[in-house]
Design a protein around this ligand. Sequence first.
Ligand SMILES: [Zn+2]
Length: 533
Amino acid sequence: MTVLGGISGSVQQITAAFEKTCLEVEGLHKAIDQVQEAATEVVLKKACADVPKVVYALRLNGDKLLWAGNLPKYGSILRDSLARSLGGDVGDLGWQQATCGSSEGGLGLRTAEEVSLPAFIASRVAAAPAVRSIFGRLEQAGLAPCGVLEASYEARTRSAINALASSFGLDSAEGSAVDAVVEEGTRAAQEWWQQTEAGGPRAVQENAQVGGQSIADGEGDDAERSIRPGPAGIQKKLSALVDSAKASRLAAAFDENDDMVEDSLRLEDLRNKHQEHSWMWDLNPSFGPVLPQEDWLRAVRLRLGCPQLSGDIICAACDERILDRTAYHALCCAKGQSTRGHNRVRDVMHAGFVASDAGAATEVPGLMPSQPDLRPADVLTTAALPNVTTAVDVGITAPHAAGAGDDCVETMRQNKLAKYGPYLEELRIQGIQYAPATFTAYGRRHPCVTQMITQASREAARRKGLRSHAAMQLRWCKAIAVEIWRRAAHMIRACLPAESRQTAYMLDGEYGDAEKAEPEAEFEPEVGKEMWF
Ligand SMILES: [Zn+2]
């Protein structure tokens, strides 16, 4: 039976309806494949055809569907669909990562198993005050024995809360966090219901707000805000707890395997709070810098630790080391692209500083008369630190680079400070403070960089009369992230073999110059072998 768009009935009826929805979603994903643009496809699949499509069914019957074992089919539809968009399967561990929220290193493609209990619990908690009121009226009318309906409702909710902790192996602290979210949600629901019953204008306004924002808020990755009335906020917080537990389990799996050191460092880096992930989703070039499709695809595959190659090859950039399938080597090679990427990040930093210091300059010569060849300032500005001119020295390093230490951005910072140690006094006399600004090859900022950006954004907001510095700070961090991931993608491409004339011809009809396009024409025949061409 369908009630208010949801299925009510036996487990068989509920699962049959869910399977029908799965088929519809599969068809929608295949239709999105026709877009033929990886980034747009993944964003559409996440936004329109992801679990929100079935979240209503999960809110009503998530516990029954989970225990009936029908949900994995939905996950396999999502995984196949992601593989089609990203040009190949992402592997089991890559998929586990992809199902986490972006702040945990994933793509936010949560499976139905992972959403079922948070969705169901959120719905039960948010609806509880209204349900209790209905039960009360039924009892008053003599249609139900006193307290039985409410006890049954509470028992099913409590059973789902317990199952959430056991299904995801939550430890006692994570279990307590779940209880705290449920308590906060219960309080918010109770307050909202009292206001609604009172019927004041505030209640009407909030009611509209809950309806208008439920889907968008429910599936976003930002779980920081306090809970609004309605199931979306509660579900978001519970999903964030599940994400965190899943990502920690994935990190532990990497740590247990000696061959996965780079994977472990990559995930740890992506989960750090000094990261910005919106470059993956904000694709309108009118509203900010966007990676072209080829770079976006390489960057997202790198982020998930997916193979970039069908097998290991000799690196084309250094012609010496092995370029592994995941292309981690590329982040420590490809010097030309590494420098170009560094310069683009320097330019983004400069552009931000200029907003409050029009005189900010790049690559200023002659700051150290004793060593005129040294240029410690990628950017020289008064905007980076309070009340001092700063020589900002940008550096980007990979967490798996040789000598990177426990924290590669801090190691690089210390190395830079040691390198310029003998000249710091010379700078100080001129009223200049030397300050490294170090990033990882995955975009993590050293906390000092976040501090500089915050300081300069605040100053710019104050001078330009912006209401808040937060939006500028966010856009600045996003622009840096775009350039760092562009750098990574270009470094990988530089380590791959050059495309042959034949490949270039087939791709775009350019046959090119034989001498330039075929470097192998320069090869020398082996001594003693007869050559016949
Ligand atoms: Zn190399």
